[in-house]
Each structure stands twice: as C-alpha cells, then as structure tokens.
Design a protein. Structure first.
Length: 256
C-alpha cells in the first residue's frame, strides 16, 4: 500500500494514499470479532505533503482513530495563525476592481446634496448663497435621479418653499405681535403709574390721620388730668375759705 508523509507541529505521520482493500479472510475475521477493522482516514488538503512516498511494511503504521496520534490530534495545530497584515492583503487581492464601478460621492457631498434637496433628516439652515461648487454638487445629485423621482423632488421643493414662506410670515407676525404687545404694556404702565400715585396719596392721608388721632388722644388725656387737678385745687380753696371764716367768727365773739 502506498502512503504519504504528513508534516505538522507534532511531527510527521504516514497516511495511505488510497483506500485499503479488504480480503475475504479479513471479512471472516471481522465476523468472529466484536470490533470493526481499523480503517485509515484520507489525507486532508490542509496537510502539507512531502515528496517521499513509502510502501510495504510502513502501511502498518497508518493513522487510525485508535492510534496514539490521530488525525484530529495531529492536525489540531497545523494551520498557522493568520496575521492581520496577510488577511488584509488577501482581502485586497480578492476584492479587485470593477471596470464599471462608479466612484461614490463623499460624505460631505451626500450631506450637501440631501440638504439642498430639502430632506427632513438634515438641518434646515440653508440660508447661505449657492457657490459654484455647491451648484456642481447639486447638479450631480439631480442627474442621479430618475424622471419620476425628479418630478416628486420638484413637488417636494415647492412644498418646502411654501413652508419656508409661511415660516417667514409667521416670524413677521411674531415681530408685529411683539411690537403691539410693547405698545399695550406701555399704556398699562401709564395707567399703573397713575394708580400708584393715587394709592400713594391715599396712604399718606391715612398716615396723617393716624398721627392726628394719636395727638388727639394725648391732648384729651392732658385735659382730663388738668381738670382733675383744678377740681382738687378748687375744693382745697373752698376748705381754706371755710376755715378762715371760722377764725373770723371766733375773733368777733372774743371781742364782744
């Protein structure tokens, strides 16, 4: 039987190059034994083949599932680790170049084209004037549209223009609303100022009244005190007059 030498990280192994033939004696021997005969595995494309080929007794050393170094054990580390550089170069070779491939627009051109087409996903700040470069990009974006898409794009831009026109009118009316509100607030401020002056005058009048009442209370208290003192003094005078009258009567009686 012809075999080939297979090289891997764990050593070299010999595998048959063709399926083995089974004789009738081996069939009879299989019928009298419980275990099936050993069958070698075919060589794998991932294994490296050597140029030397052996025959004869070397077939007895063929790899089997029951052998010490089976196919799976021997080939577990055969494939080398792929480096990022090799895989990237292989991808570049496999990619190639297509003769009819069209260069895709840059990210800036896509954003600018979508912005000029008025798509809602873009910001609506297209108030600057269109330069020559912008016009060229816009023209390229339009040329890529189909007739049906171009017609819908025109209808859409008309709606965008109408919306912007309405927004301009809304902003103008908001400005007018602010002006009229300012005039209204000025008139209310004048009325509020007049009301404040009236309230201040009323407050001053009330304060003066409170002060006057406090003064009247103090004057009344003084009058009552003075009146009481006058009554006491008057009674004391009457008593003194009565005592003096008694003394005069006593003197007159004594002389007579």
């Amino acid at each position: 039987m012809n075999t080939i030498t297979l090289a891997c990280d764990e050593g070299q192994f010999k595998c048959p190059t063709a399926a083995p033939t089974v004789s009738s004696d081996e069939v009879d021997s299989y019928n009298h034994h419980s275990s099936p005969p050993r069958s070698p595995r075919s060589s794998s494309p991932g294994l490296s083949e050597s140029a030397t080929t052996t025959s004869g007794s070397d077939a007895e050393e063929a790899l089997t599932p029951d052998s010490k170094h089976s196919y799976r054990t021997g080939c577990a580390h055969i494939l080398p680790h792929r480096s990022p550089t090799l895989s990237r170069s292989q991808r570049q070779r496999n990619r190639g170049s297509h003769p009819y491939r069209r260069t895709s627009p840059s990210f800036e051109e896509e954003c600018l084209g979508s912005k000029l087409l008025g798509r809602p996903s873009n910001s609506d700040d297209s108030s600057e004037s269109m330069s020559l470069r912008v016009k060229d990009v816009y023209t390229r974006q339009i040329e890529q549209l189909s007739p049906d898409s171009f017609r819908h794009a025109v209808h859409y831009k008309e709606a965008v223009r109408e919306r912007k026109r309405m927004r301009m009118f809304t902003a103008a009316w908001e400005l007018e609303e602010t002006k009229r509100l300012r005039a209204f607030l000025q008139t209310t401020m004048v009325n509020s100022e007049m009301e404040f002056v009236a309230a201040e005058e009323e407050s001053r009048w009330l304060l003066d009244m409170i002060v006057d009442r406090q003064k009247l209370k103090s004057v009344k208290a003084d009058v009552r005190h003075v009146t009481a003192a006058y009554d006491r003094d008057k009674k004391s005078l009457h008593r003194a007059d009565a005592e003096l009258s008694l003394l005069k009567d006593s003197i007159i009686k004594a002389e007579s």
